[in-house]
Write a protein that binds this ligand. Structure first.
Ligand SMILES: NC(=O)c1ccc[n+]([C@@H]2O[C@H](COP(=O)([O-])OP(=O)(O)OC[C@H]3O[C@@H](n4cnc5c(N)ncnc54)[C@H](OP(=O)(O)O)[C@@H]3O)[C@@H](O)[C@H]2O)c1
Length: 345
């Protein structure tokens, strides 16, 4: 029988910071399932910085979100009804069909960001809760893992600098760095986040980039230079690291969140000569190139959490109607850790 659900649509494209009223809640009717299809009820969805870029038509590496149509984004839900032999009612399934309470999947195989958004992967790992698949085991966590485990060439005792250290990628990257025996220095936008980094995440030194000079704060905290940068925030932060880089070392760019609410243009304003003089490698990367280590990633993250060496604070927004506010909160700098939307129990 056809069923009613609710979806969030993009009502207009923002100029500058996104606002909750750029979105609209819409009632929708889903048709009866056809052979091979699956009806899913979403439980949790993720909001992520890249979504601000999906709201604008300028992004060169993303399909912009359509106006007045269903959106996509990471989510975890339960199969309610299945006409596919691959899925049974009750299965926990990850997809890219966030921003809606229910959706119909054609039952294809899920490859995050690379397959159609309605494709599904059954998730069943001992010790994992549903919300972990959009948090501790979600795409931002895999981004931190790819940077710090798959790409990182630093050795125990080396100094790593991580920006946006109290965000999702940053907080997990800092903790992986400590597990690897690195000396971790991190920056964040409030004193409370700096305290969290030092007292809970266990970094060696942290500072508030809004109230300190980047150059001075980094120099004071990196007396032996920098061997690895994991950049999440900005070209300003990256450029401030350059004069402190040791020879032949590595800068990994997960993203420049500071540019997403403007035109996305980036200029390396200063210190670029150090890239040449110190023979540095600068690499921008994406999490989906680490899907081959997904099982190892899940096992390590769950083990580290069990051992008390990994934690991810969550800021939970209740109800699909609060998903727009959740996305906008990312750019306010208020959240420590991961912003999540709880859609259903
Ligand atoms: N390459 C990939 O495959 C991939 C995948 C996922 C994420 N990423 C990137 O990784 C980075 C971090 O993402 P995330 O998921 O960790 O985000 P997050 O958990 O939402 O944290 C974002 C943090 O960015 C900081 N921020 C927000 N607006 C800012 C601004 N205008 N200027 C400077 N900092 C700002 C805030 O911390 P402060 O208070 O400290 O400023 C905020 O807590 C982003 O650049 C994102 O695009 C890349």
């Amino acid at each position: 029988m056809a069923m009613r659900t609710r979806q969030i649509h993009l009502a207009r494209r923002p100029d500058g910071l996104a606002r909750p009223d750029d979105f609209r809640m819409v009632d929708a009717v889903l048709p009866d399932l056809e052979e091979g299809q699956v009806l899913v009820r979403n439980l949790w969805m993720s909001v992520d910085p890249y979504m601000r870029r999906s709201m604008s038509p300028e992004a060169t590496d993303l399909e912009p979100w359509p106006l007045n149509a269903p959106l996509d984004g990471p989510s975890i839900g339960r199969v309610v009804e299945s006409r596919s032999p691959k899925f049974s009612p009750g299965d926990l399934v990850e997809s890219m069909s966030g921003w809606q309470e229910h959706f119909i999947s054609n039952g294809g195989e899920f490859v995050p960001y690379l397959s159609p958004s309605d494709t599904l992967a059954i998730r069943r790992h001992e010790g994992a809760q549903p919300k972990d698949y959009v948090g501790l085991l979600g795409v931002a966590a895999l981004t931190a893992y790819r940077g710090m485990v798959s790409l990182n060439r630093a050795k125990p005792g080396d100094t790593a600098v991580v920006s946006s250290g109290a965000g999702t990628v940053g907080s997990i990257a800092c903790q992986i760095g400590k597990i690897q025996g690195l000396r971790v220095v991190s920056s964040a936008g409030t004193d409370e986040k700096v305290r969290w980094l030092e007292e809970i995440a266990g970094v060696d030194a942290a500072f508030n980039y809004r109230t300190n000079s980047l150059d001075e704060a980094l120099r004071a905290r990196c007396p032996k230079g920098i061997d690895l940068v994991l950049e999440n925030a900005s070209a300003e932060h990256l450029c401030a690291c350059l004069p402190l880089m040791n020879e032949l070392k590595q800068i990994l760019i997960a993203g420049f969140v500071s540019t997403y609410s403007t035109d996305g243009k980036v200029s390396l304003q200063r210190n670029f000569e150090y890239v040449l003089d110190r023979f540095l490698t600068i690499q921008s990367y994406r999490f989906m190139d680490s899907l081959d280590v997904y099982d190892q990633f899940v096992a390590n993250m769950l083990q580290w959490r069990r051992e008390g060496r990994m934690t991810l604070p969550e800021v939970v927004f209740e109800g699909l109607e609060n998903a727009p506010a959740a996305l906008c909160s990312i750019f306010s700098g208020r959240n420590t850790g991961k912003a999540l939307v709880k859609i259903a129990d």
